[in-house]
Design a protein around this ligand. Structure first.
Ligand code: ADP
Ligand code: MG
Length: 702
């Protein structure tokens, strides 16, 4: 027989055939042998022990009990017909119910006999219950019973698959058959020195044991091995990309710090830099003197001072005769950067321009000219900056704000404008957990500003139920009396815009009644307004003409009103954590103590409660991001969806931080000693890597 090939289409597996192959592909994206082997159990059911009936709790997963059937009874007519069976051990009674397969169950179950009963327990009228449990006659000491006493894998399946007898059990059988056939073709792909050093189980046995572990320890070893392997090769790929880039792309050398930087630093910078700001500037300095392209991600909470750091790096570029640009995801943000930078550098210091879709043609032409003749130092804008029409004389550095919305391709587009690509600094105010950063941005260097400028008062956050609404209104009045301004934000959910508008409208009504003219003035901003109207309303608030801004989440990014010190979030339970954090970041920008009030329903989901508690507990964006990832999984964190690197089959970025770090460190160490992977002991890595890159099956390499 030909050597087995793991990219063999799944229909060629015995027992699959065209119809089943079709649903496997459609429902689980299992196209070939490898996909099936990597359809790992999502949990294991502990069949190594029997529970006592009295110990069964409502929230337990599948359990196994040993009990004697005492009574069976057919109840109901036709549609409501069911078989109810009672069984007991020496601690209590459990009720077993069948709605389907009644005849068969009735025939099979014999009162007086003891059964191994296995299923997911529920409670009805305070009585333990199980629907459609698996029942095996208990034969003390019988050998076939032993097979049950293991961790039984449970596989994700779907209703559709179940119609083809591919429920968890069916999949288990299929995978067992495949393993049987292919075990000898699963070759080791890590060198012995790595296996030894990290005490990793062999590849073949790991695949076997993860699908049918004999005990918990064996399972743990198999999981560790396969997670390690997955993360290791992912890091190998990411760090190889980085290595190749530094080999391929030269970088502009910013070797001098000249008068732009120095004048700004000594005469214009109105405050002392924080330690993290200094550290990041140093990192960027080092990057831009090496002669290779910088690709750096700068993470830091809102208000941590990223913009200043970006500006100072750009001044160094300008000192070295280069132009720079800042690319923002929205016009509002671009505009805000423009204002911020203008106010920081003052007039007549450097040439800064704003280029967005709404710049009139005439002004646009002037900008283009100044770009081409090199007199424009900093260009700020949206993706209009990377239109082909925009030609720079010598673009030396690009700052990309809010990476999430710019793809790798768009970044690459910028590089083509010069022979030597500009240095890239990506800034994000949505902190992401470390593990996510290491995978999503694993080919970038990462800088973190993890400390707010001194003297900032942490925002005080409280969670109020509806019952405290009047108290909240009173609080708003007090703050307005003190001269502060207030945001009131309502949720906006795409699926139910109507409902949200109603929400907002009734909110506006209540607010207008509670805060009447002429004493109070309110701005209203929502997505249905035209840009000009929106701008007008915003400006009134920015100028202090209104004290209250009632809005939907359109204000999430891009508003900077230091005098606004109160953020009220209505229906806070409907927001995600990162959104809540972003919204809260709108206040706390001035010298005054700021507050955030989370208003919510009494009824909270489990996750909703955790979200609100987290917000009350901490202001730290990185901590919040970690919890967000634990709640929603890495794939649901903002910005990760389009990123293919998260297509992990077994590793879990929420729990496998340590393995990830081990794998990454190891790859770094290997590349330091052997960047081309030419050493004999790394031969196997090189081959695996190349095979993976060529999209070849993993067995092809040996
Ligand atoms: P980010 O871009 O990270 O949200 P910014 O750079 O816009 O933060 O800074 C937020 C505010 O804090 C700005 O008003 C800025 O001038 C100020 N700021 C930045 N760094 C410092 C510092 N080291 N000390 C005091 N204020 C600072
Ligand atoms: Mg900013």
């Amino acid at each position: 027989m030909d050597k087995l090939h793991f990219h063999t289409p799944i229909e060629y597996l015995k027992g699959v055939g065209i119809a089943r192959a079709d649903v496997l592909k459609k429902e689980l994206q299992i196209n070939n042998f490898e996909d099936l082997l990597k359809h790992f159990p999502y949990k294991y059911i502990d069949r190594t022990r029997f529970y006592k009936i009295k110990d069964i709790q409502p929230d337990m997963p599948y359990v196994q009990v040993l009990a004697r059937v005492t009574r069976k009874e057919l109840i109901g007519e036709k549609r409501t017909k069911r078989l109810v069976v009672q069984a007991n051990d020496d601690t209590g009674i459990i009720e077993l119910v069948w709605f389907q397969g009644i005849k068969w169950a009735e025939k099979m179950l014999i009162p007086g006999k003891v059964y191994v009963i296995f299923g997911k327990p529920g409670f009805f009228n305070c009585k333990a219950q199980m629907a459609h449990p698996e029942m095996d006659l208990y034969l003390p000491g019988a050998p076939q019973q032993k097979g049950n006493l293991t961790l039984q894998p449970a596989y994700n399946s779907t209703e559709k698959l179940k119609q083809f007898s591919l429920d968890s059990k069916g999949l288990q059988k299929l995978i067992a058959a495949l393993l049987e056939q292919t075990a000898k073709d699963i070759h080791e792909n890590l060198p012995a020195y790595i296996l030894n050093r990290f005490k990793l189980a062999g590849r073949q046995e790991s695949y076997r044991n993860i699908h049918s572990p004999n005990d918990a320890n064996q399972l743990k070893e198999a999981q560790y091995r396969l997670k390690f392997e997955e993360l290791f090769f992912l890091q190998l790929k990411l760090l190889k990309t980085k290595l190749t880039r530094t080999q391929k792309f030269k970088g502009n050398i910013f070797d001098k710090v000249g008068h732009y930087f120095n004048d700004f630093y000594h005469d214009k910078l109105p405050f002392e830099l924080t330690n993290p700001q200094k550290r990041v500037l140093k990192e960027i300095r080092t990057d831009t003197q090496r002669g290779v392209q910088m690709n750096r991600l700068l993470q830091g909470d809102v208000g941590s001072g990223k913009t200043v750091v970006a500006l100072m790096s750009m001044l160094i570029a300008i000192d070295n005769g280069f132009q720079t640009c800042i690319m923002a995801p929205t016009e509002i943000l671009a505009n805000q950067h423009y204002q911020t930078i203008k106010s920081l550098v003052g007039d007549g210091f450097i040439e800064v321009a704003l280029l967005t879709g709404s710049v009139p043609n005439k002004a646009r032409k002037v900008i283009h000219e100044k770009l081409e003749d090199g007199t424009l130092n900093i260009l700020i804008g949206t993706h209009a900056l990377i239109e082909d029409k925009v030609q720079y004389k010598n673009l030396g550095m690009v700052v990309i704000d809010e990476q999430h919305r710019f793809g790798v391709e768009q970044r690459a587009k910028l590089w083509r404008k010069n022979v030597v690509p500009p240095h890239i600094l990506v800034m994000t105010a949505t902190p992401i957990p470390r593990t996510l950063a290491m995978t999503m941005y694993g080919d970038l260097d990462i800088s973190v500003i993890d400390e707010l400028p001194a003297g900032r008062k942490p925002i005080k956050t409280v969670h109020y139920y509806e019952t405290r609404r009047l108290r909240m209104f009173g609080f708003i009045k007090d703050e307005i009396t003190k001269g502060r301004q207030v945001y009131v934000v309502y949720p906006l959910i795409k699926e139910s815009e109507k409902l949200d508008l109603k929400n907002l409208e009734s909110g506006i009504e209540i607010m207008s009644r509670e805060f009447p003219l002429p004493q109070y003035r309110i701005s209203v901003v929502h997505g249905k307004l035209k840009a000009a109207e929106k701008d007008f309303e915003m400006q009134r608030f920015v100028k202090g003409e209104t004290q209250i801004m009632v809005a939907t989440t359109v204000i999430e990014v891009g508003v900077n009103v230091p005098n606004a010190s109160v953020m009220i979030i209505e229906n806070a339970e409907r927001f995600g954590l990162s959104q809540l954090h972003q919204l809260r970041g709108r206040v706390g920008r001035g010298a005054e103590q700021s507050f955030c009030v989370l208003m919510s329903n009494e009824k909270l989901s489990h996750d909703g409660r955790i979200r609100l508690n987290t917000m009350v507990k901490t202001n730290n964006g990185f901590e919040i991001a970690e919890i967000d990832m634990q709640l929603r999984g890495p794939g649901n964190i903002e910005g990760t969806q389009q990123s293919g690197v998260l297509d992990l089959k077994i590793a879990d970025l929420t729990t496998d931080q340590e393995i990830l770090q081990q794998a990454r460190n190891l790859v770094i160490e290997i590349f330091e000693k052997d960047p081309q992977l030419t050493a004999p002991e790394n031969q196997i890595l090189n081959l695996t890597f190349q095979a993976k890159n060529a999209g070849l099956s993993w067995d092809k390499i040996s």
